[in-house]
Design a protein around this ligand. Sequence first.
Ligand SMILES: NC(=O)c1ccc[n+]([C@@H]2O[C@H](COP(=O)([O-])OP(=O)(O)OC[C@H]3O[C@@H](n4cnc5c(N)ncnc54)[C@H](O)[C@@H]3O)[C@@H](O)[C@H]2O)c1
Length: 366
Amino acid sequence: MSDKYRVVVVGMGKRGMHHAQAFHANERFELAGVCDVDAVRLDVAAAKFGVAKSTDASRLAASVKPDVFCFCTPPQLRKELIRTGINSGARLIAFEKPVALSSQEGVEVRELLAASGVKAVVSHQHRYGEHYRKVKVIIASGALGRVHTVYGTASGWMMHMLSHLIDYMRWFNNESPAQWVMGQAAGRGKLGDLHPSPDYIGGFIQFSNGVRGIVECGAGAPDVPEVDYWWRKCRIGAQGTDGFAEVLTGGGWRAVTKSGVASGTGCMNYDLDMPPYVQHIADWLDDDRQVHPCNFESAYAGFEIMMALCRSAVNGGQVALPLTDSADEIEMLRDHLASHRVLVSTAVNAKEYIPASAEPELATVR
Ligand SMILES: NC(=O)c1ccc[n+]([C@@H]2O[C@H](COP(=O)([O-])OP(=O)(O)OC[C@H]3O[C@@H](n4cnc5c(N)ncnc54)[C@H](O)[C@@H]3O)[C@@H](O)[C@H]2O)c1
């Protein structure tokens, strides 16, 4: 009998192929089956890896009986595939961010996982980037003195990017629990997107260790001119009494501390980030004590912050965490957000957020 963990990957788009490739290349795993509702994508993936295929995830999982059930589908599919993964008998479910599209669904996913005892990881794999790790090391070394602030900005919209920003801010802040948030949101343009979001959301997070979180995501977020590739215009860092350290997703890292000014290279790279991400899946399956850094409970804590920011944007004021009830936050935003066009921070953001027929409206010229 093989001592490899058998893996099924569902959704053979961009991220599914990254996952399949990483599992296939790791000797601790046997990629045993792939699934997609798109027959062309499915055939390409099955031929590339030489594995079983199906357009039906349940049927594939029932025949392959995987140890790891991985899915990388659009965000509309979460609860259903978590259930499929649990029913397949898998010991671990690996899936993509965001955790869910509402706190209603997020709570149900969490309850399903808790009742089953199945481990789960959520793909916030930027943590493995050399530049991300360098910033983490500088912060953990104490070189910033007393850290009082962690922050994150991204030009991309909420359901794509905020999950990432919050995860890395929480990581830089030693995963201290959040006590409350207060947020604002603007712009309805991306509410109908496959990653439904306000065009712009920002807010404050109070962490229980006293550190302040400040986050901005979308059309109004500040540019990161050092980075060309729009999706990688993200800046995440920490400030303390003795300096700061920050990572640019597409542009290395930099720090100013008592020892001076330092900087280095690094760029988000799936080929480099995925191998250690899947290796840690094997490590956690081998040994319960080696909990995966991207474990579900950690991702869920970040997801709750995101949903609480949406609620604050709708209802005003502070929202206490952990949440004690559930809601459909995107529906709340649909009902509430004013129809004013979002004000953008850069001309590039205008291209992404303002319909071609409308004149770009730069916040700076108002
Ligand atoms: N972690 C990251 O850095 C990162 C980067 C990009 C995207 N993502 C996330 O990954 C997820 C997938 O994004 P993507 O860019 O790979 O999308 P994609 O559109 O390239 O791929 C999704 C695939 O899922 C398939 N699919 C849809 N419904 C299915 C079903 N019921 N059964 C089987 N297959 C089904 C589609 O046919 C498609 O091939 C999203 O949640 C997205 O937010 C994460």
